[in-house]
Ligand binder design. Structure first.
Ligand code: GLA
Length: 442
């Protein structure tokens, strides 16, 4: 049933929230300095009224045009609209749960920012709908690397990290029995330039650190993140995106690797991905799964390069799965191409996870919302068929955001890519995901 999914409810209330967060830090010093199990209290500012809408923090520029030939929005400040937001007054307890619906197939994840999670209703909706969560930005290297502490307490090969950005999110998962995808350890984007420089210099004349130093920094970074997360929040993270977006055919790197904007490639060389997985395996808990994650995976060239890379790492025993980001459009990629990629990835014997699903719809008419619902329904029908036939071991599907207004796509013009509208009502997209009869398949 399509429950009022197109109706904007203007009731409910503004939310008032204050958060007391746990935060930690990790460096190369003694245990206490590493911050393991030594959380300190940090009082977050009170958030109220319109600020609580959970606008996603500006995200990194994704390096290339995303699928559907759209250009990636540059990170911008959220629009300074003067508005009062109203939400549904409470979460509808009768709303079907996506993760319950799909529990025999894969877990359902939602990427969220810390700001959004301060909104109680959004938190409740996540608890109702998801059994997996991803930090939108809060676990990325630029959120964890602490330059000031690194300069004073770190060494040339070992930085100091802080975890105030993601502590509360990990705690939320732990408190609510939600598992987390650890996103992301090694990435060319959202990693500060100084991390790659001799002496961690941030001056214009800074020079790259040597390969040897960068290998040690990489190992220490991965070790510190994993040690902290696994000690402080044991059992919460079940999968790590070890390397994100290392393949970009035509960019000049060996074997289709991204080179021009990857300081990892430029400092360490093409084997940086293998090294990252080697270190990740060394420090990960035994049950944690290690993923390679990328976008435009259905581009044939890119898919081939990814397959070559992951097969090599698989032989080394250091990878468990491939993440397909899946920022897709309404008509591109074709479902056939998309399915073909899942099949090919499935043939490797590795797990496949859909890690960042959204559909870049730029219209909010009822008709287009229904079409979006159809596209979601067809996608999930495809996932179901692939799992049923044993063609691919799809173990998680994660949406890149909760509400349309919080989407990263929504900064450069309105986009409506997700399952819930800004007041937290379901859109047809939601009903498509749970294969509701009210959503046409064609
Ligand atoms: C990439 C990254 C994500 C996120 C999205 C969009 O796909 O992997 O972490 O930043 O871009 O914001």
């Amino acid at each position: 049933m399509l429950r009022d999914s197109l109706r904007w409810l203007r009731r409910g209330s503004a939310l008032l929230l204050a958060g007391v967060m746990l935060c930690g830090a990790a460096g190369c010093g003694d245990k206490d300095k590493e911050g393991n199990a030594q959380p300190t209290q940090e009082v977050q500012p009170t958030i109220s009224g319109a600020d609580v809408t959970g606008e996603a923090a500006p995200t990194q520029e994704a390096a290339e045009p995303i699928q559907d030939a759209q250009t990636t929005p540059e990170p911008t400040e959220p629009a300074k609209e003067v508005r009062t937001d109203f939400y549904i007054s409470s979460i509808d307890e009768e709303l079907p749960s996506m993760y319950e619906y799909w529990k025999d197939y894969f877990s359902i994840g939602i990427a969220i920012t810390k700001g959004e999670l301060l909104n109680e209703l959004k938190g409740e909706l996540i608890i109702q709908q998801a059994n997996s969560m991803t930090c939108g930005n809060e676990m990325k290297p630029d959120a964890l690397l602490d330059r000031t502490a690194t300069m004073s307490e770190g060494t040339e090969t070992c930085p100091v990290l802080k975890f105030g950005s993601c502590d509360a999110m990990l705690q939320f998962c732990m408190d609510n029995g939600i598992k987390m995808r650890g996103h992301t350890l090694v990435w060319h984007s959202q990693t500060p330039d100084w991390f790659f420089m001799e002496g961690y210099s941030n001056k214009p004349d800074a020079v790259f650190a040597t390969r040897e130093v960068m290998l040690e920094r990489m190992e220490n970074y991965i070790r510190l993140v994993m040690e902290y997360v696994n000690t402080t929040y044991p059992g919460v993270v079940y999968a790590w995106d070890v390397v994100n977006e290392a393949i970009a055919p035509g960019d000049g790197g060996e074997d289709g690797m991204r080179m021009s904007d990857s300081f990892w490639y430029q400092t360490i060389g093409p084997d940086f991905v293998e090294k990252a997985f080697e270190y990740a395996r060394k420090y990960a808990d035994a049950e944690q799964k290690l993923f390679y994650n990328d976008f435009n995976t259905y581009d044939t060239q890119k898919r081939i390069a990814i397959l070559n890379l992951v097969n090599k790492i698989k032989e080394q025993g250091n990878i468990d799965g491939i993440g397909m980001q899946s920022h897709i459009g309404m008509s591109s990629p074709s479902l056939l191409d998309y399915e073909e990629t899942i099949r090919k990835f499935g043939e490797t014997g590795l797990e496949v996870q859909i890690t960042e699903l959204d559909i870049s719809l730029d219209s909010d008419t009822e008709e287009d919302f229904l079409k979006e619902g159809t596209r979601y329904k067809r996608l999930f029908t495809t996932f179901k068929n692939l799992v049923d036939s044993g063609a691919a071991n799809i173990t998680n599907v994660t949406f890149w955001g909760l509400t349309d207004d919080g989407s990263w796509l929504n900064k450069d013009g309105k986009r409506y890519p997700l399952l819930f509208n800004r007041v937290l009502e379901t859109k047809p997209a939601f009903w498509g995901v749970i294969l509701d009869d009210g959503i046409p398949l064609f």
